[in-house]
Design a protein. Structure first.
Length: 315
C-alpha cells in the first residue's frame, strides 16, 4: 500500500474571473470542472488540469473574498508545474514575459531545469522540465501548442520551522521516503529536504523547507489551502482510512467528494494534507468533451442548484 504521487493542489483566489483567464488563456490549462466548495457552496471550486482531467494534473482554486495571504512558514509555499523540456521552458519564458508576467531566468532546482513566476495574485509557481516521459493528455483547444503544454503537477514545497515531527508523519504514517536535500535561494532560507512519494520522480515529490526564522503564514488569496496525495484505487483508499483510524492520528475519516474520495489530516505544523483516490473522475457527471463548461454539482447538492447558481458570479 503506497501513495503514488501528487493528486492535486488547492489554492485560494479572490478574483475568480481573473484567475480563470490566467490559467486558461495564459497557462493554457483546461477548466475540467466548474463546481462549488462542498463545505461552502457560496464559493466556486475551479479545477484546471490536462485535457482529460487526469489525476496528478489538477491545480484547483476556492473562490473566497479574502485578503492576500501573508507569506511565512507553517504553509505550502510553492507549486511546480511540469513541462517536457528545457526548450519548452524557454518557450514559456518568452510567452510569460510577453504577457507581462515577471519570470526568472532558467535555474536548476534539485537537478531539474526550471523557471519561477507568480500568478496575478502572487501564487508562487515553478515550471520544471520533466523529460517528457510521464503520460498526459493534451488539450486540443489550448492556446499553447501540445509540445509545450503543462503536463501536470510537479514537486510541491512546504515550509516548516522544524522538520523532526513532520518527518515522522511523512515517513512513518504516510510512507514517504526522504532521499536528499538541497539549498535554493530565494526559494528557502535553509535546507530543503526531498521526500519521494511511491516511486518518486518529478510528479511524486514533496519538498520540505526548514525555515525557523520566518513568521507564521496567514491563509488568503494567492496562498495554498491544501495538498492532496494520490492513492490509486478504492481498495487502497479504504486501507488508508483504516490505517489512519488505527494509528490514532487525528484525521477526518472517509469523505466522499463524488469525483474522488478523500481523507484529511494536518501534519504537526498545521499544514493540511489530503489523501485522494484517483477515481471516479471528472467525467462521472458530464461528457468528457464538455467538462467544465457548465456548473456541476454532486448529487447531494443538486436540489439546491437554483440557490447556489444565484449566489455565484459569472466567470
Amino acid at each position: 500500500m503506497k501513495l503514488t504521487g501528487i493528486h492535486h493542489v488547492t489554492a485560494i483566489t479572490a478574483q475568480a474571473a481573473q484567475n480563470h483567464r490566467f490559467y486558461v488563456e495564459t497557462l493554457g490549462l483546461r477548466l475540467v470542472k466548474k463546481t462549488v466548495n462542498q463545505d461552502d457552496t457560496s464559493a466556486y471550486h475551479l479545477f484546471y488540469a490536462d485535457g482529460a482531467g487526469s489525476p496528478g494534473t489538477d491545480l484547483t482554486f476556492f473562490d473566497w473574498p479574502t485578503a492576500p495571504a501573508r507569506r511565512g512558514t507553517h504553509s505550502i509555499v510553492r507549486t511546480a508545474l511540469r513541462v517536457a523540456s528545457e526548450a519548452s521552458l524557454e518557450w514559456w519564458r518568452v510567452r510569460l514575459s510577453a504577457a507581462g508576467v515577471a519570470v526568472s531566468d532558467l535555474v536548476t532546482i534539485n537537478g531539474r531545469a526550471a523557471l519561477d513566476f507568480e500568478d496575478p495574485e502572487g501564487q508562487r509557481l515553478t515550471l520544471v522540465a520533466d523529460g517528457g516521459e510521464i503520460p498526459f493528455v493534451a488539450w486540443e483547444k489550448s492556446p499553447v501548442p501540445a509540445e509545450h503544454q503543462i503536463r501536470g503537477l510537479g514537486p510541491v514545497t512546504i515550509s516548516v520551522p522544524q522538520i523532526e515531527r513532520t518527518e515522522l508523519v511523512l515517513t512513518k504514517l504516510l510512507g514517504l521516503e526522504q532521499t536528499s536535500n538541497y539549498q535554493h535561494a530565494p526559494h528557502a532560507s535553509g535546507d530543503i529536504h526531498v521526500f519521494k512519494i511511491g516511486e518518486g520522480g518529478p510528479a511524486a515529490e514533496l519538498h520540505v523547507a526548514v525555515e525557523p526564522g520566518l513568521p507564521q503564514a496567514r491563509e488568503g488569496a494567492g496562498g495554498v489551502h491544501h495538498l492532496a496525495l494520490r492513492t490509486p484505487s478504492f481498495g487502497e483508499y479504504d486501507a488508508w482510512a483504516e490505517r489512519l483510524k488505527e494509528s490514532g492520528y487525528p484525521n477526518s475519516g472517509p469523505v466522499d467528494r463524488f469525483y474522488f474520495r478523500s481523507l484529511y489530516l494536518r501534519e504537526p505544523n498545521g499544514i493540511l494534507i489530503e489523501i485522494a483516490s484517483d477515481g471516479p473522475g471528472f467525467a462521472t457527471d458530464e461528457p468528457a468533451e464538455t467538462m467544465g463548461e457548465a456548473l456541476s454539482l454532486p448529487p447531494f447538492l443538486e436540489a439546491k442548484r437554483a440557490a447556489i447558481e444565484a449566489g455565484l458570479k459569472p466567470l
